[in-house]
Design a protein around this ligand. Structure first.
Ligand SMILES: Cc1ncc(COP(=O)(O)O)c(C=O)c1O
Length: 396
């Protein structure tokens, strides 16, 4: 069977490869501790599950859902944005529920990118921004994120001919994989840039609710004029530990929302309604779970950053997101380091280059790991370092 070139050219999705390697090790009876994927280990709060179970019993919810979601869900999303960020959206024209943010992120490329078009994509960045662009026949132009620019793309350094030909700018704060955050002044500059060059902005913000030390991330949609140029993707995955239920949303520019709605109505048949009711409960019900989860992640963050710095893997203290971005030891590439760690001590971390070439020299560790495993994983990491020191191999 010959598959289409667009699929042939696709690299395997980063975490599919990592899961395969973990399964191989486990099949040999070896213990593996994973700091890999950002998939909350804490269950979905019980009041949300109760609503899901109740809705699943109702035969009305056994039938095809509408592809643009229940009006009650669109309203709950608009209300949540109003409460959390003070931004008002029309639930009928400026809100669209998604089968997880990933689905919408991939599909919006087909709404904005024609073959040969350019999308501005952060590097390192969540891989779906560039993959969606390429599947739509477009070309990503990578914007370097690094320590020097505080992991915020320098929009002024984009060559004029690229800015003029670009159709779409991807942004993501709090950032995966670096844990960096952006403030309103940066988003305001992005809006000005988009206006100047007639570029659409897609901001991806699934981590706005995962933040530490009392910090409150802002939304791109709070920037003045954001709605004229762009949309924001969001998700219930990380805020309410709902990765497995597959539900997210996009809000903002009505033309972009309408285009995605049209595309999706031809491709999928919406989100199972019981899950939509669970989402309404999550967004409108008690919100205590958010500070509770953040306290837990913050404790893990502190443990992890301290542990990593102690063994010489320099790591900054992220204000938000589920990730710690650390330097790999000198003498190793990101992939060499992550491969060696898995082989020698059965610890999974993600190579920075899995998110783009500017991720070289870094590794990402996720905080979604139970405390016991986190401590054990850090001690295995320390063991790995001591072994390297003892054999005076590459570690410095
Ligand atoms: C930056 C970013 N955007 C989107 C997603 C996907 O979210 P969802 O589970 O809603 O598809 C993730 C998941 O890890 C992510 O890190």
């Amino acid at each position: 069977m010959k598959v289409a070139r667009r699929v042939e050219k696709l690299p395997p999705y980063l975490f599919v490869e990592i899961s395969r390697k973990i399964a191989e090790k486990k099949a040999k009876g070896e213990e593996v501790i994973s700091f890999g994927i950002g998939d909350p280990d804490i269950p979905t709060p019980p009041h949300i599950i109760s609503r899901l179970c109740q809705a699943a019993q109702d035969p009305v919810n056994h039938r095809y859902p509408e592809s643009d979601g229940l009006p009650e869900l669109r309203r709950a999303i608009a209300d949540w944005y109003q409460k959390r960020f003070g931004v008002a959206f029309n639930p009928d024209t400026e809100v669209l529920p998604l089968i997880g943010a990933k689905e919408g992120i991939a599909h919006i490329a087909f709404c904005l990118i024609d073959p040969g078009d350019t999308a501005l994509v952060p590097d390192p960045g969540y891989p779906v921004y560039s993959i969606g662009t390429m599947l739509a026949g477009g070309r990503p132009y990578y914007l370097a994120l690094n320590e020097k620019n505080s992991y915020l793309p320098d929009l002024r350094s984009i060559p004029q001919h690229i800015a003029r030909s670009a159709r779409l700018l991807w942004l993501n704060y709090p950032n995966n994989p670096t844990g960096a955050v952006a403030e309103l002044d940066f988003f305001q500059r992005a809006v000005e840039f988009a206006r100047q060059y007639g570029i659409a902005v897609c901001h991806d913000g699934p981590y706005t609710e995962v933040a530490f030390d009392g910090y409150q991330p802002v939304s791109f949609m709070q920037a003045e004029g954001a709605r004229e140029v762009g949309v924001e993707f969001h998700s219930l995955s990380k805020s309410y530990n709902m990765t497995g239920w597959r539900i997210g949303m996009v809000v903002g520019n009505p033309v972009m929302i309408d285009a995605l709605k049209r595309l999706k109505s031809n491709l999928d048949s919406g989100i199972p309604q019981a899950i939509q009711y669970a989402a309404i409960e999550a967004l409108s019900g008690p919100q205590d779970c958010i500070p509770e989860h953040n306290a837990l992640y913050q404790r893990r963050r502190d443990l992890m950053v301290e542990g990593l710095n102690k063994i010489g893997l320099q790591a900054g203290l992220p204000k938000a997101s589920l990730y710690v971005w650390a330097r790999v030891p000198e003498g190793y590439t990101s992939v060499e380091f992550t491969t060696d760690l898995l082989e020698q001590v059965g610890v999974v971390v993600t190579p920075g280059t899995g998110y783009g070439r500017h991720g070289e020299g870094y590794t990402r560790l996720s905080l979604t790991i139970p405390d016991v495993s986190l401590v054990k994983g850090l001690s295995k990491l320390a063991g790995w370092r001591n072994k390297k020191l003892a054999t005076s191999l590459k570690f410095s």
